[in-house]
Design a protein around this ligand. Sequence first.
Ligand SMILES: *Cc1c(COP(=O)(O)O)cnc(C)c1O
Length: 417
Amino acid sequence: MQIDKQASEKLLGQLIRGELPDARGRFGPFGGCYAPEMLMPALERIGAGVRRWLHDPDFTAELGRELRDWVGRPTPLTPAPRLGREWGATVYLKREDLTHTGAHKINNALGQALLARRLGARRVVAETGAGQHGVATAAACARFGLPCVVYMGAIDVRRQAPNVERMRQFGTRVVPVESGDQTLRAAIDEAFRDWVADPEGSYYLLGSVVGPHPYPYLVRELQAVIGREARAQFIKATGGLPDVAVACVGGGSNAIGLFHPFLGDAGVTLLGVEAGGRGPGLGDHSATLGRGTPGVLHGTYSLLLQNADGQVQETHSISAGLDYSGVGPEHALLKAIGRVEYVSATDGEALAALRECCAQEGILPALESAHALAGARRWAQEHPGRRILVGVSGRGDKDMPTLSQVFADATGAANRH
Ligand SMILES: *Cc1c(COP(=O)(O)O)cnc(C)c1O
């Protein structure tokens, strides 16, 4: 979808001034609230709670204290001089990998758990794919004594055993979903079914800037702490702004969080990196912004990977957190108005970037974050001598089983030759 120059400038101005989404949850042509009729009252109640609490001084003070004392914010901005030498650039890393539970997802889970408590919820319902959002939600619910149920596809339960165990240690009930594709999509259906059964007493804690209004807005506001800190830290460290800020895009929450406070800085290029997977073929990647078309998925009108009949496509990425066929509606708008550039990095490029970051900086990034590093590296080569800010959304400890497998396969192949 293309939006002409004049309309684009107007929409960007509205985004910068915080006027989007509008009252109907629209980001220009995208967003909105496409949910079953029986969920509308619950979504409206959450919307009212967001308007009442999110910028209330008591709420923000409590959130700020918890972010500092429990999550460990502000996270550092780390200079990466050896990576910089390799890339021919000045490189700084925003370290969400150093948060409690190891990824940016905790910023959102904490904020929504606080909101759930203010709304008088008796329990929290969530779904998780790889388990990172489930772990963050389980930890936040334990912190505030909120009972929590997490739905997870049966296949994912087997694949992500350590995260299932972590959730259980936090007192969360993990429900394996045996129906449908037995992965994230089936888990979302079951979690919605649970919520529909008790929309008054339950709070649905969504993990990214997707879903029906007000979630894309709510999650963005809770993740924007990343970009606010990074912007101030970058100015303090270098005396100016970066030339580019780079983040990986799955649903899009860490990227929106990093980008949002830079939207009004016309000199700062914003670069989102999607999962290019095994290649551009159908089902081989999850590059929704690069290759998707407009449609409704999980309550929002955005870009998604679908075939000509509107059938949602299978996706692939080596990183479970980027393996989603939709993307947040605000990203769809940022692409349409040309404020953010979106590219993709393949599984192989992400693995190479992960190894380089380990070897050059002693930092093991999540496989998701490695896509941002791969995209940043390529941008650096096309634009020599610039200042680059990379969002490291999480730590890679969770990826060790995948990495051991990949590198064992590579060694095996080399030995056979
Ligand atoms: C979940 C996850 C992502 C992808 O989610 P976004 O909403 O796109 O940020 C990226 N990085 C890490 C470490 C994750 O756990």
